[in-house]
Write a protein that binds this ligand. Structure first.
Ligand SMILES: O[C@H]1[C@H](O)[C@@H](O)[C@H](O)[C@@H](O)[C@H]1O
Ligand SMILES: [Fe+2]
Ligand SMILES: [Fe+2]
Length: 293
């Protein structure tokens, strides 16, 4: 096959080769098969830092807090900067919710993207991997702590699922005593769809709203961002009483993405300087030069 030299054409040609090989972006990944999954996400055995994190998150993510955050989100622009600059800014954050890595955020983002690239997945999925945790910038924009930025997500406004990690820590959340929020359906209608459900506030929801307006990522890429921390749903199968048929596509996308996010944490080190030119090319293709954060 003739390989053109302009950037977009090369990445289109790579997609074409993968299609010829019969590999779709949502195929069960080769990468996934090589990992010992039992090493990851062991919350019961996690260190105190992680357990403390979840106790605080589970006590403070109330319906009232979540409504307030959605209103605030629309009020102002917190910063103006490009994607790579945002990755560098985020690098000072060490995620207290994560039992599996002490790596910096830029390393995690590049490891995720590189694992996707190595498996021959399309460029939009690679760049989704590259940016998927940039919502953690919230931490630098006056969040109340880490509990409202990182960690797994879950539905608020109805009973907390026992499929959420460390579920006993919800005992201190005032919503468990609310006459409506404590019921199975809470404020929701059966099978209303995830679009109509409030997920606990944090980096997923924030970044989804920013990039829905300011990128040309496909729907599947946006779903990967919005739901990647929603383990009770995409891994544990909770909340089927709220989802509907239109969530199926999103679920397939998030499941295809998850192994790269989670299991790349044990991969070899990456070199941001060497990788930057390649990813700047993808960034130009999918994002405005300056993003309003
Ligand atoms: O600790 C991690 C981390 O904060 C991730 O960015 C998030 O997506 C995961 O769901 C969470 O378990
Ligand atoms: Fe994340
Ligand atoms: Fe991540």
């Amino acid at each position: 096959m003739h390989m053109p030299d302009d950037f977009d054409a090369v990445s289109d040609a790579v997609d074409e080769v993968n299609i010829m090989k019969g590999k779709g972006w949502d195929d069960t990944s080769e990468f996934d098969k090589q990992k010992d999954k039992a090493q990851f996400r062991q919350y019961e055995e996690a260190c105190d830092r992680v357990k403390q994190f979840y106790k605080e998150q589970h006590e403070k993510q109330t319906m009232e807090f979540n409504i307030r955050m959605r209103v605030n989100m629309r009020k102002n622009v917190r910063a103006r900067m490009g994607i790579w600059e945002a990755m560098e800014k985020l690098n000072t954050l060490v995620d207290e919710s994560d039992p599996d890595t002490d790596l910096s955020q830029i390393e995690h983002l590049l490891q995720t993207a590189e694992a996707i690239r190595r498996d021959g997945k399309p460029d939009w999925m690679q760049v989704t991997g590259l940016v998927h945790d940039l919502g953690k910038l919230l931490y630098l924009f006056g969040s109340e702590g880490q509990w409202d930025v990182v960690g797994d997500t879950f539905v608020v406004g109805c009973a907390f699922s026992d499929k959420i990690v460390l579920p006993e820590t919800f005992a201190g959340n005032p919503d468990i005593n609310d006459a409506v929020y404590s019921t199975e359906y809470g404020v929701y209608q059966p099978h209303c769809g995830l679009d109509n459900v409030m997920l606990s506030w944090g980096h997923d929801e924030y970044l989804y709203h920013i990039l829905k307006e300011q990128s040309s990522l496909p729907e599947e890429g946006l779903a990967m961002i919005r739901y990647h921390s929603f383990y009770p749903w995409h891994r544990e199968g909770a909340y089927t009483h709220l989802t509907n048929a239109s969530d199926e596509k999103a679920l397939a996308a998030v499941r295809a993405f998850n192994p790269y996010d989670l299991y790349s944490k044990s991969d070899d080190k990456v070199d941001p300087v060497a990788l930057r030119p390649y990813y700047e090319g993808l960034i130009r293709k999918y994002f405005n030069e300056v993003i309003e954060w």
